[in-house]
Design a protein around this ligand. Structure first.
Ligand SMILES: Cc1cc2nc3c(=O)[nH]c(=O)nc-3n(C[C@H](O)[C@H](O)[C@H](O)COP(=O)(O)OP(=O)(O)OC[C@H]3O[C@@H](n4cnc5c(N)ncnc54)[C@H](O)[C@@H]3O)c2cc1C
Length: 418
């Protein structure tokens, strides 16, 4: 199958690789696969209508959030050929300021000291969706099936069989490899009996775009408070931008009340928690909320099946690692499958090779984002003591700061090359 088409019901169902879920990770994976080998046929199945080129349609992954794309992910997205277009609405991160409310000191990571054009970029999710999907529409070896829902996934000899429902009809789609990228509440992962290790942070992330009186100068702020961490990421396409993407974590039992505040009350409370680093905060856009858990699939590979993205690991968002880690997973899988030779793409030995490459990166990244969150919200003595030393210690300790810098840039662990 090499002809590009988009349809509600698969008409030529057999495919080399079926990806279930056209969110940020499923779509990025399809782009990486299409680039890794133009001879593979790739079918991406998404339950919601995919964003149109000219009129964005609401889709859960491509909502009002923005994503900090780390330096390492930018390199991978450039190789695929989507970064040039993504960069049209990308705001460069010149510096990251990390601080702890009520404690002196703080760490500053500066792109000049690291010797890069930007530490990363902030891109609105809606734009990521439009660019990725329009890129996939132009690939000869990718078929987009949407809106359509995968009702069942069954491992069979030599591959996997998907039951796809669209327009009231159910079709069978056989694939050599099925990738489950259907989100944190993955129904298909559960249907295969794959369990998750789950930890409820009892926190909820409130997101909104915040208008500023003065330019943000390309500075991203991560601020840790006793209520939970908050991030303000620069938006607007340049360092002169006057808006930021807020991720404000609240204890879950207080989130409803914060969401219900008037705009004026919300801004005043935010200003009090965040301070005046960005000058006066003057407007707030639509607010949304996301309950936070750490959720990790106990298995990510089986013969002919891989679990990816939020279905594989759902992280606390404040360190900006979830999508970046998933992009590295996707690139590692594409690079491993490119070495398949005569082996079927779902061969367990290939998938084990992928997993042995990515396991360490996943463990380190998950540990980093989990510990960062706990270090600054815990009242337990050792953590509270460390917190007292906090970022003063970090500034005085070059290896620790270098590690924080590399992790923030998505480069602390192994680098994947397509
Ligand atoms: C507030 C917040 C801020 C964040 N900020 C950052 C950041 O700055 N940097 C970063 O790296 N990460 C960030 N993340 C993490 C990032 O958003 C996730 O890693 C990413 O959205 C995961 O995408 P996904 O495609 O795996 O899952 P999802 O976005 O949940 O997409 C799953 C898709 O599968 C579809 N689907 C489900 N079931 C089926 C089915 N049966 N058949 C067909 N389709 C199906 C759904 O419709 C959906 O489109 C943030 C997360 C949050 C909550």
């Amino acid at each position: 199958m090499s002809q590009q088409h988009e349809q509600a019901v698969p008409d030529s169902p057999e495919t080399d690789i079926a990806i279930i879920g056209g969110g940020m990770v499923g779509a990025a994976l399809a782009a990486l696969f299409a680039c890794a080998n133009p001879r593979w046929s790739i079918t991406l199945i998404e339950a919601f209508p995919l964003p149109a080129d000219d009129a964005p349609v609401y889709q859960p992954s491509y909502d009002d959030r923005s994503t900090a794309i780390a330096h390492g992910s930018v390199a991978l997205l450039s190789q695929v050929g989507v970064w040039e277009q993504l960069s049209q609405h990308a705001t460069p991160i010149e510096q990251v300021h990390v601080s702890d409310k009520g404690h002196i000191g703080g760490a500053v990571i500066d792109r000049h000291k690291v010797g890069v054009d930007a530490l990363g970029y902030v891109v609105p999710n809606a734009w990521i969706g439009r660019v990725l999907i329009s890129h996939l529409r132009a690939q000869g070896n990718v078929t987009l099936v949407s809106p359509a829902q995968v009702k069942q996934l069954t491992p069979v000899a030599g591959g996997a069989l998907l039951q796809v429902e669209a327009e009231g009809r159910v079709s069978d789609v056989p694939a050599q490899l099925a990738v489950i990228a259907d989100g944190a509440q993955s129904r298909l992962r559960a249907s295969l009996g794959i369990d998750v290790d789950e930890q409820d942070y009892r926190q909820t992330a409130i997101i909104a775009n915040i208008g500023l009186e003065q330019p943000h100068q390309g500075i991203a702020y991560e601020r840790f408070t006793d209520e939970g961490p908050m991030a303000m990421l620069p938006l607007g396409g340049s360092v002169q931008g006057r808006s930021c993407a807020l991720v404000w974590t609240q204890p879950s039992d207080q989130a409803e009340a914060v969401l219900a505040l008037s705009d004026e009350e919300f801004l005043s409370r935010l200003q009090q928690r965040f301070g005046f680093r960005l000058g006066p905060l003057i407007s707030v856009g639509k607010r949304d909320s996301y309950p936070l858990t750490l959720s990790i699939a106990k298995e990510q590979i089986r013969s002919s099946v891989v679990v990816m993205g939020n279905a594989a690991h759902f992280l606390h968002p404040v360190a900006g690692q979830g999508f970046n880690l998933a992009v590295r997973d996707c690139a590692a899988l594409a690079a491993t499958l490119a070495q398949a030779g005569d082996r079927p793409l779902g061969s367990l030995s290939l998938l084990q090779a992928y997993w042995s490459q990515q396991a360490l990166d996943q463990q380190a990244t998950i540990h980093f984002s989990d510990q960062l969150t706990k270090l600054f919200t815990s009242s337990k003595l050792p953590q509270a003591a460390l917190r007292g030393l906090g970022f003063v210690g970090l500034e005085c300790l070059p290896p620790a700061k270098q590690w924080l810098t590399l992790q923030t840039m998505g480069k602390a662990n192994r680098q994947v090359v397509l």
